[in-house]
Design a protein around this ligand. Structure first.
Ligand code: FAD
Length: 331
């Protein structure tokens, strides 16, 4: 079985490195395709902690690339580093594929890596399966054209480079060896052409990141700008808060909350749309959610065409009642 490389998606804070959930999801998918290995590009001294986390999801080898020389630049050095890890993996007959989170950064790394390695690239996969019928390349599923088509695709050249949307699968624990292998890489001057001169962390909301959240509660124009019922329900469920473009254009929420064609694409386990009509451009960003619930006072609202559960009612009444029920059940 060939080695499947998963680029570790992580966050760095004062308390060290925390591995993000999409990494575990991709390791779970990688186990279907071959032998999962993780690639951590970050502070070398955090390598063993990261290895301890990812081995619980089946990572056999954990390639650690110290980012001391890579920090402060944009993504080009990371693509070069990953290419060199691929070459190392190639000495052992791998990799069979490379999986990267479908974030803006992840997709740029993937694109650069595909060009460098003359490989095929598939972005925004919502599922990845082992090849059937003798082909080597894994088969991916994508939801395209505002979710109107489901596409199955395969890479036909080089090593499949696949970006996977967060929440595409539930992470499954499995024992891996978690053997740390340090890899020293050389990064070209060209890759260091663009430098980050200032970065300010976004103010923490205490809620999960929208694109990674397992549950999202979104509000639209129907909130009338009163987002408290949406936020209270989100907090009771441990969910992220999203918004339609109408809510964003009205200045009720910043653009970073917007879900849809010109906002973020999300695929949580549960999506609750409150006071959102379900325009095609909004659906484009959320219709691959596993379970969709809508609260809308208009029973003809198009959102009801795609829901698993629909409540016809005023969100200002329905949401607080639901929040109360959730809180009671948690006691
Ligand atoms: P509306 O369509 O006005 O719907 C409000 C809903 O709330 C109605 O169904 C109403 O019945 C219900 N309601 C009202 N009061 C209550 C209440 N008290 N309780 C319960 N329900 C109530 N939109 C996006 O969301 N994301 C995008 O990324 C996006 N990109 C776009 C890109 C382009 C190029 C274009 C042209 C449009 C885009 N739009 C996008 C806009 C999109 O077409 C819709 O206009 C928008 O999604 C509507 O937002 P809404 O559902 O909140 O508002």
């Amino acid at each position: 079985m060939s080695e499947i490389l998963v680029l570790v998606d992580h966050a760095e804070g004062p308390e060290g490195v925390s591995v993000k959930k999409p990494t575990y999801e991709m390791l779970t998918l990688a186990a279907r395709l071959g032998e999962p290995s993780a690639v951590f590009i970050g502070p070398k001294d955090q390598g063993s902690e990261v290895a301890a986390a990812v081995k619980k999801y089946g990572a056999g080898t954990v390639y650690v690339v110290d980012d001391e020389d890579l920090k402060g630049y944009l993504v080009a050095p990371k693509a070069e580093a990953l290419q060199q890890v691929m070459e190392k993996s190639g000495q052992n007959g791998g990799p069979g594929a490379v999986l990267i989170t479908s974030s803006a950064e992840g997709k740029e790394i993937a694109g650069r890596l595909a060009i460098k390695t003359e490989s095929g690239l598939i972005t925004d996969a919502v599922d990845v399966e082992a090849a059937s019928g003798g082909g080597d390349s894994p088969a991916t599923t994508q939801s395209v054209f505002a979710g109107n088509y489901t596409v199955k695709a395969k890479v036909t050249k080089g090593t499949p480079i696949i970006t996977v949307k967060p929440n595409s699968t539930a992470p499954v624990e499995s024992d891996g060896a978690g053997t740390v292998e340090e890899v020293s890489v050389t990064v070209s001057d060209a890759a260091k052409g663009a430098k980050i001169y200032k970065a300010e962390p976004r103010q923490a909301t205490g809620r999960p990141e929208l694109t990674e959240a397992a549950i999202i509660v979104s509000g639209g124009r129907g909130t009338g700008g009163k987002f408290e019922p949406v936020e209270d329900l989100a907090d009771a469920l441990g969910a992220a808060v999203g918004a339609s473009r109408a809510a964003v254009d009205s200045g009720w929420k910043p653009h970073s909350y917007q879900i849809g064609q010109t906002g973020k694409t999300v695929s949580p386990q549960l999506y609750i749309a409150a006071g959102i009509s379900g325009a095609i451009q909004h659906r484009a960003g959320m219709q691959t959610s596993k379970t969709i619930v809508a609260v809308n006072k208009d029973q003809e609202a198009p959102i009801f065409e795609l829901v698993d559960f629909g409540v016809v009612g005023d969100l200002h009444t329905v949401l607080p009642a639901l929040t109360e029920e959730v809180k009671q059940r948690k006691q």
